[in-house]
Design a protein around this ligand. Structure first.
Ligand code: SAH
Length: 365
């Protein structure tokens, strides 16, 4: 018995392929993450030491607090409307929002104006969010970004876009072939390619990747969420997107699986590992701008956090709780770490806004 036999989703993926043929990578990734029964996010809390990965809000309260103050400043620059939709995409355990709402209390009129709208597909995580936030707040949940009310909004999305399914194409002598997931002779899931090249693919690519060498992989994801956010912020407000990724569109596969804090084979244990891919911030910005949103950044997470005052906040926290000084310093160092794998550099912040908002805190614009 091979490793894939052990997961119920592997059996289902194999059956689907036998019935309908190889599936695009995006279909495989969506099934692995959000299959109603066996999807990675649908049945578990993946965060923290016992889980598969740790996100910024889980590292320190400072992250959510500063984003709460960022949102308050955006609300003020909108003219302090009496009501404002505060939206989070993929709130995980709800930690960021709890910290943000606590910090928002320093601007009481903002706190009172907030109505909370959460986009969350996982019933387990919705329940965790309800437990954390539900006592004090009226919250509405949505399955997808399309369902959000078409109203002005302040949106936060930390590590949401990396979970949106990607497609890949491989360049061969006679064109670009879509990468698929298929089954080999022994019944193992393996990568494959479409039978025919994707029509006129090279011409649709950004100039920087046209003329890529043979064997190059190009990765892209649907612009659906970027478009939905652009439409809403054009009515008023802004969306803050923080994730790991690159500022320029380039070739190369970033499709990855994380299990127990280690990298794993993305085809090895469908439904049991977190699958993700880096965010192409240039493509995201381009899509949102094409619908009239103003784009701010991207800037590295460390730059964004320092600009909005994380060092000052760390000092304040330490003077209030000197016994926690080492823990606070290490969280600060981790969130702002430089180097290719440092969170401060690998993660970027990008904001989309109403074109009327010429500058936003944190972006130096
Ligand atoms: N923002 C949180 C969690 C990041 S993990 C944090 O920083 O800790 C990704 C989150 O997005 C989870 O809450 C997951 O359930 C949710 N999610 C993933 N794919 C989704 C989809 N297609 N629709 C809605 N929510 C999704």
């Amino acid at each position: 018995m091979n490793a894939q036999d052990k997961t119920p989703l592997a059996v289902e993926v194999r059956q689907l392929i036998e019935l309908r043929g190889p599936m695009p990578l995006s279909r495989y990734m969506s099934l692995c993450l959000t299959h109603p029964e066996h999807g990675y996010y649908m049945s578990r809390d993946p965060f923290g030491v016992a889980g598969d990965f740790t996100t910024s809000p889980e590292i320190s309260q400072m992250f959510g607090e500063l984003i709460g103050l960022w949102a308050a400043a955006v609300w003020q620059s909108m003219g302090a409307p009496e009501t404002i939709n505060l939206v989070e995409l993929g709130p995980g355990r709800g930690t960021l929002l709890v910290d943000a709402l606590r910090a928002a209390k320093v601007v009481p009129a903002f706190e009172q104006a907030i109505s909370l709208h959460l986009v969350e597909t996982s019933p387990v995580l919705r329940e965790l969010q309800r437990l954390k936030l539900g006592q004090t707040e009226t919250i509405r949940w949505y399955e997808s970004v399309e369902d959000l009310p078409p109203e002005p909004a302040i949106v936060v999305a930390n590590e949401f876009f990396d979970a949106i399914a990607i497609n890949q194409a491989i360049k061969q002598a006679d064109g670009w072939y879509e990468r698929t997931v298929t089954v080999d002779g022994s019944g193992e899931l393996v990568f494959g390619t479409s039978k025919a090249p994707l029509p006129e693919f090279e011409q649709t690519l950004p100039e920087s990747v046209r003329g890529a060498p043979l064997g190059a992989i190009f990765e892209w994801r649907s612009n659906r969420v970027a478009y939905e956010l652009a439409r809403r912020v054009r009515l008023g407000g802004a969306a803050l997107i923080i994730d790991y990724g690159h500022t320029r569109t380039d070739v190369g596969s970033t499709f990855q699986a994380l299990r127990n804090h280690s990298y794993d084979d993305p085809l090895g244990a469908p439904g049991l590992a977190d699958l993700s891919a880096h965010v192409d911030f240039e493509a995201l910005a381009h899509a949102a701008a094409s619908l009239g949103a103003r784009v701010h950044g991207p800037v590295e997470q460390r730059v964004f956090l320092i600009n909005i005052g994380i060092e000052k906040r760390a000092l304040g926290l330490k003077s209030g709780s000197p016994e926690r000084a080492a823990e606070i310093d290490s969280a600060l160092a981790r969130l702002t770490a430089e180097g290719e794998t440092g969170m401060g550099q690998m993660f970027k912040a990008l904001a989309l806004s109403d074109p009327k908002l010429a500058s936003l805190p944190g972006f130096g614009d």
